[in-house]
Design a protein around this ligand. Structure first.
Ligand code: 13P
Ligand code: SF4
Length: 367
């Protein structure tokens, strides 16, 4: 029988070590009823308690395959939403701190995407037949539902190319949101020239574009970006290479076009980890992705003689991901032990049904 939820406030006074012990004890009590999924950007104090870790695609598959009653997502809001969409109604998806959003995901909302769709339909003969909407998984569930009902699809940084290839079999153009960089970087590697890509400024009528520009474009890129990855600059690569010319550059595709063009490797967080793991001892790496992951790579591979460096001279952390701390995790789990579900993420039924169409199309084309 559930009692009233345990108050969060006293947990703020607990040290990380105290939380640690309590998290371990709560996990033991919950056993197989619980699974903790952790994204690679999580701080170490939280990451170490994860049952499974991965990038967005891997974690969404983990969620879909899990039979656990409680899925506690140590990540950001859209990830917990995807977990809810892909699991059965009896399973509960939980985000330990509801303030852990994704600032990039917030750059697109349904009202603005609906408006863009309407404006595109004023310029194009048959918007449904000619444009495939593609949403990066870093987006709210209602945008995934939008893609579901308009013949569109979801992508992650792992499968973006497969998704774009599929999308171009559906229509001649793609409306890609919210991250312009992932869209541009992926399309460019597929041979689409920059002249055939336009940026849709969601604050301007008709995206700030002329009818001609829209008609000529293959990729219509939403003007969104990640505040973390936008901090990486091509000059940082040049400066580092001037000191260590042998360095291999590896970046996440949310980084700018210029950074990705100067990179030897571009891919998801999982890809970055696997690439450095497979590299030879003595290699040096400059990595353009979030700081917690780069610090972990540095620690993990230093004994193998691999040198892993962070691309930016300033701190670039995903501050929203960082909100998931041991205190919130301990509070969440101890509530579950007492039979209280706190911070459940629930996607409305119709929205989930439409979103799943776009997610299933993604899984079908994913590597
Ligand atoms: P990955 O899917 O590559 O882990 O990326 C998620 C993300 O939010 C990167 O900023
Ligand atoms: Fe969102 Fe950027 Fe954080 Fe990834 S790193 S979750 S895109 S804000």
């Amino acid at each position: 029988m559930a009692v009233s939820a345990i108050n969060l406030q006293p947990y703020a006074m607990l040290s990380d070590d105290e939380c640690d012990a309590r998290i371990v004890a709560a996990k033991e009590k919950l056993g197989e009823r619980l699974v903790i999924l952790g994204h690679h950007y999580q701080r170490e104090e939280v990451f170490k308690h994860s049952d499974f870790v991965g990038d967005s695609l891997k974690l969404s598959r983990m969620a879909a395959q899990s039979n656990a009653e409680y899925i506690v997502f140590c990540g950001v809001h859209f990830m917990a939403e995807v977990a809810d969409i892909l699991t059965s109604p009896q399973q509960v998806s939980i985000l330990p701190d509801l303030a852990a959003g994704c600032s990039m995901a917030d750059m697109a909302n349904l009202a603005k995407v609906e408006l863009a769709w309407k404006e595109l339909s004023e310029v194009l003969d048959d918007v449904e037949a000619s444009v495939t909407p593609v949403t990066y998984i870093n987006s709210a569930a209602d945008l995934k539902a939008f893609c579901g009902r308009h013949g569109g699809i979801v992508c992650t940084s792992t499968n973006a190319r497969n998704v774009l290839e599929w999308s171009f079999t559906q229509g001649e153009k793609i409306l890609f949101f919210p991250d312009q960089h992932l869209g541009r970087n992926t399309a460019y590697t597929m041979g689409i020239p920059l002249e055939e890509m336009v940026v849709w400024d969601f604050d301007l009528p008709m995206g700030g574009l002329t009818a001609e520009e829209i008609k000529n474009a293959k990729m219509i890129l939403w003007k969104g970006f990640c505040s973390v990855h936008q901090m990486f600059k091509p000059e940082q690569i040049d400066n580092f290479k001037a000191r260590y010319p042998e360095t291999k550059i590896i970046s996440h595709p949310e980084s700018s076009f210029e950074v990705c063009q100067k990179s030897d490797y571009v891919g998801s967080t999982e890809y970055i980890i696997n690439t450095i793991a497979a590299a030879e001892a003595g290699t040096r790496w400059l990595v353009g992705t979030e700081l917690n992951l780069v610090n972990r790579l540095h620690e993990q591979f230093k004994d193998e003689g691999k040198n892993v460096h962070f691309m930016s001279p300033t701190v670039c952390m995903c501050s929203t991901m960082f909100r998931i701390n041991p205190q919130h995790l301990a509070w969440t789990l101890e509530n579950l032990v007492e039979g209280n579900v706190v911070n459940q993420i629930k996607v409305e039924k119709t929205e989930a049904e439409q979103a799943i169409l776009a997610l299933e199309r993604m899984f079908e084309v994913s590597p």
